[in-house]
Design a protein around this ligand. Structure first.
Ligand code: GTP
Ligand code: SPV
Ligand code: MN
Length: 606
């Protein structure tokens, strides 16, 4: 197996040596996987067209209605391969403790004996594509090169949308050296029994076999930009996070259009893409405008001014289709209208993509599995985790700073989850350490983004539960250590939000989507030091009465009270859940988190 080079040697490789390493790795991999041919991808338009034509021929892609969806295609993945598979995702290291209790650990010996043999001859009869890609803007000192070897043309055309692919990556590598992250991917036989997504953080390497879907197969995304990058961040003093990045421009008189940048971590399918592209509801549209820097992943470094600066390493959006509509997210709809790929959505009779929430259901559809569907059908027409892959530059609200090499300075960090109960609409942390506690104790109901039960509350610290490449307790320490790397008052203020609180009848109390700007407004005013005084609560600072602008919103008084209600009894239970969660990490749990836990208990009167 090719896990022989250790990270220190890779990091110091020259450009020429990096390229040499790449050629050698491709040769070695071809010897094992035995492809019929090897294609080095350059990311060009011609190459993309050729791959699409080829997939139209094999049926891997289906052409959509070109009048309404120019250059858009549809793909059906295998019905047992429709979401990330967390139980088949592993981190490989010397000791189980390196990865901690929230990750699946694999030993090097097991990787060699259980996983590596699956690659043997896996590409026979297939083409091996070599896909160099850059995570981050060209010319950014924070961008990093990856190369994915894959036998899936679908992966190649998706990687072309999601990353800066081809020549630009090789040029970056030649100029900057430092090697590249190796990602080896094969569809294998697509059986979940022979599906593994294995990460080698120390070697900066990924093996993925048996899945062609999203985060399992597009290795630049969760595998590199979060699991491998989080370990790079730990080693190099920066943060790789499952966060959107947005800029909110203040259009109010006297505010001179000042833009505040916010990064927000919500678990999968909990609202990042939607918040990143928010269109303020009518009443607040003349006060604010939102720009999208990123919708899923955020790399943050301390800048020369001591602030946290964020780049989006991706170049596209791999967004949840269901629920996306002209009402909820018009910017996403505009983005996906051309040059996009749709996976596991339903099709109208005139070959337009359709999903639940897009529009009233047509009288007839073809469902995501190719079956005839009518509104009487019991099952959903689109898979709940059906997705669009769309170029970020097509987004009408893409930030002018999207390609900025140094990124944007972050003023606020939000943590949020899907909680039907307990968690108020918004809470502000007292300080960085308390904010890290809010992030570390984040819980959310599971969604269709990963295989498994949906709607089960689980701890998902910083929305990174499935994406942290090392021991989560050490990750908490890394976060807690940020103030020591800069002047602490330069760090963003931290907030926790919940758009998903429900009333007793199971209806959302908060309208969400464009109305979330009301919460952003409070946050902007808080970080700019001009929001009204807050009331302290056991769990953090709540907006003072009337501080959230609810003008023009038809919320009854009861709903607005419930939204910000902190129920002591419920929170006593919740703090017990926190304790159990933190105990899992044994002596590795940072003392600072126990301090915060004790302070919470004291404030609850315990
Ligand atoms: P990943 O791509 O999996 O990381 O998801 P994400 O965090 O980007 O979530 P996304 O914005 O795609 O939203 C997921 C689902 O939640 C969609 O069906 C949305 O329509 C729904 N959603 C997003 N924001 C809100 C909100 O404010 N309120 C409610 N009720 N639903 C929302
Ligand atoms: C997520 O699940 O958080 C996603 C989709 O963004 S995937 O690329 O499959 O990870
Ligand atoms: Mn995500």
């Amino acid at each position: 197996m090719s896990t022989s080079n250790n990270k220190s040697s890779v990091a110091t490789l020259s450009g020429a040596a990096s390229l040499e390493m790449l050629k050698q790795w491709v040769n070695e991999t071809a010897q094992v996987t035995q492809p019929d041919r090897i294609v080095w991808c350059d990311g060009s338009e011609e190459e993309n067209t050729r791959l699409i034509q080829q997939m139209l021929g094999t049926g891997e892609l289906v052409q959509l209605n070109q009048e309404h969806y120019p250059n858009c295609y549809f793909h059906r993945s295998h019905p047992s391969d429709v979401a990330r598979t967390e139980h088949l995702t592993f981190i490989c290291s010397d000791h189980k403790d390196d990865v901690g209790p929230t990750n699946n650990w694999m030993s090097y010996a097991d990787a060699k004996s259980r996983v590596w043999p699956l690659f043997s001859g896996a590409m026979r009869g297939r083409t091996m594509y070599v896909v160099p890609y850059l995570m981050g803007p060209a010319n950014s000192p924070f961008s990093k090169v990856g190369v994915e070897i894959t036998d899936s043309a679908y992966v190649v055309v998706n990687m072309r949308i999601m990353t800066r692919m081809g020549q630009v990556a090789l040029e970056h590598m030649q100029q900057h050296g430092g090697g590249f992250v190796k990602g080896l991917h094969s569809l294998g036989d697509l059986s979940p029994d022979r599906r593994f997504i294995v990460h080698f953080p120390a070697e900066r390497e990924i093996w993925s076999i048996g899945s062609g879907y999203g985060g399992n197969a597009l290795l630049g995304k969760k595998c590199f930009a979060l699991r491998i990058a989080s370990t790079m961040g730990r080693d190099e003093g920066w943060l790789a996070e499952h966060m959107l990045i947005l800029g909110i421009e203040d259009l109010r008189p006297g505010r001179k259009g000042e833009v505040t940048y916010i990064a927000a971590a919500f678990p999968s399918a909990c609202g990042k893409t939607n918040l990143a592209m928010l269109v303020p509801s009518l009443g607040l549209r003349d006060q604010f405008r939102v720009f999208t820097v990123g919708d899923d992943i955020c790399w943050m470094h301390i800048g020369s001014d001591g602030r946290l600066w964020a780049i989006n390493p991706e170049a596209g959006f791999f967004g949840v289709a269901p629920g996306t509509s002209a009402k909820t997210n018009p910017n996403a709809l505009a983005t996906l209208q051309r040059n996009s790929i749709f996976t596991n959505v339903a099709l109208t009779d005139d070959m337009q993509p359709w999903w639940e929430g897009l529009s009233p259901a047509p009288a007839h559809l073809t469902d995501w599995q190719g079956r005839s569907w009518t509104p009487d059908s019991k099952e959903k027409a689109a898979h709940p985790n059906s997705r669009f892959t769309a170029p970020a530059r097509q987004c009408p609200c893409i930030s002018p700073e999207f390609e900025a090499p140094l990124g944007v300075p972050i003023s606020a960090i939000m943590f949020g989850g899907r909680r039907a109960r307990i968690m108020p609409l918004v809470v502000e942390a007292q300080n960085w350490q308390h904010g890290v506690y809010l992030g570390a104790t984040l819980s959310s109901e599971t969604t269709a983004a990963a295989v498994g039960a949906v709607g089960v509350v689980r701890h998902d610290p910083m929305a990174m539960l499935p994406f942290c490449g090392y021991n989560m307790a050490d990750y908490f320490s890394h976060w807690l250590g940020m103030p020591s790397r800069t002047s602490p008052d330069k760090l963003p203020q931290i907030f926790q939000v919940n758009w998903f609180r429900m009333d007793k009848e199971g209806r959302y109390l908060w309208p969400g989507f464009g109305e979330n700007v009301r919460v952003l407004k409070w946050i902007v005013d808080r970080v700019r030091g001009r929001a009204e005084a807050t009331q302290d609560s056991p769990i953090g600072k709540l907006p003072a009465e009337g501080a959230i602008d609810l003008s023009g919103l038809s919320l009854d008084a009861d709903a607005s009270n419930q939204l910000l209600h902190v129920d002591r009894t419920e929170w006593v239970d919740e703090s017990e859940r926190h304790r159990k969660f933190l105990e899992q990490f044994g002596s590795r749990t940072p003392q600072a988190l126990w301090q915060e836990h004790a302070a919470l208990r004291t404030r609850l009167g315990l």
